[in-house]
Design a binder for this molecule. Structure first.
Ligand code: NAD
Ligand code: ZN
Length: 243
């Protein structure tokens, strides 16, 4: 059952938590104007993200994939953190053990002030060289060329994000797994739970005895396992939950 209001039980769970793990997905940035993959505005020039965010698509047409990333970067550059991001950053400062695990690549959690942050899927502002492996950070300037090349070895640069079919950085995954195992409250917001390891992290938390709270306007594959499914937008619910 989806719960429309924040019950006393939910508020008590949030207030009493000492070890918190939060998992966020594209939905928490939707209110900042960044489209989710599966919601309205997810398509670009009739291409589905699943057709573009893959190593195969990049090998076949790096220019096309970079044009799509350039478009997404321009949306993200214009976006600012919303009340959901800000509430999580504030919550972190009052909880002894706190880990924010995000699937988002937009950097808005960091911009909102979150520091105990695990970016599972990388960051859209970083590039990685296919030749020498060099990483370059976030200059937030338009790309000099499509596709861009490494200034050291002239190898092809790619966005430093995890694509469909690629595995996560093992250290990053370990940090996320440990936080999910240790927490007494696991909050999952704005994710469909379709992309792994979202569902497995929630299950881990559940198995280790944590209370699991979901925030999403729609039902997801995680709704059935969560103790509380709060039906609403993260920008509305999170500031109230954390108040
Ligand atoms: P998804 O697109 O599969 O699901 C988004 C979820 O957010 C849906 O369940 C939807 O009901 C929910 N939602 C929509 N508006 C919401 C709101 N205002 N408040 C709370 N929830 C809301 O996204 P996903 O599960 O995060 O996974 C897709 C993959 O796409 C991830 O790997 C991520 O890296 C990538 N992605 C990232 C961004 C970003 O960085 N902002 C944007 C799109 C996709
Ligand atoms: Zn290089």
């Amino acid at each position: 059952m989806m719960e429309p209001v924040l019950s006393a039980e939910v508020m008590d769970a949030a207030r009493g938590a000492q070890r918190v793990a939060v998992l966020t997905g594209a939905g928490v940035s939707a209110e900042s104007g960044i489209p989710t993959f599966r919601g309205a505005g997810g398509l670009w020039k009739d291409h589905r993200p699943e057709e573009l965010a893959t190593p195969e698509a990049f090998a076949e047409d790096p220019k096309l994939v970079w044009e799509w990333y350039d478009w997404r970067r321009s949306l993200i550059a214009a976006a600012i953190p919303n009340p959901g991001h800000r509430a999580l950053a504030e919550w972190e400062r009052s909880i002894p053990e706190f880990t924010l695990i995000t699937q988002n690549v937009d950097g808005l959690h960091h911009l909102a002030g979150s520091r105990r942050l695990v970016e599972l899927h990388g960051n859209i502002w970083r590039t990685r060289c296919g030749g020498c492996g060099r990483m370059d950070e976030d200059r937030r300037v338009p790309l000099p060329e499509h596709p861009p090349h490494c200034s050291t070895c002239r190898g092809l640069l790619r966005p430093d994000v995890i694509w469909f079919g690629e595995s996560l950085d093992p250290d990053v995954l370990t940090t996320a797994t440990e936080a999910s195992n240790r927490c007494d409250l696991f909050l999952v917001a704005g994710t469909s739970g379709v992309v792994e390891p979202a569902a497995s992290l929630a299950r881990l938390a559940l198995q280790s005895g944590a209370t699991v709270i979901e925030v999403n306007p729609d039902r997801t594959s995680l709704s059935a396992i969560a103790h509380h499914s709060l039906a609403g937008r993260s920008g509305d619910i999170l500031p109230r939950l954390i108040a």
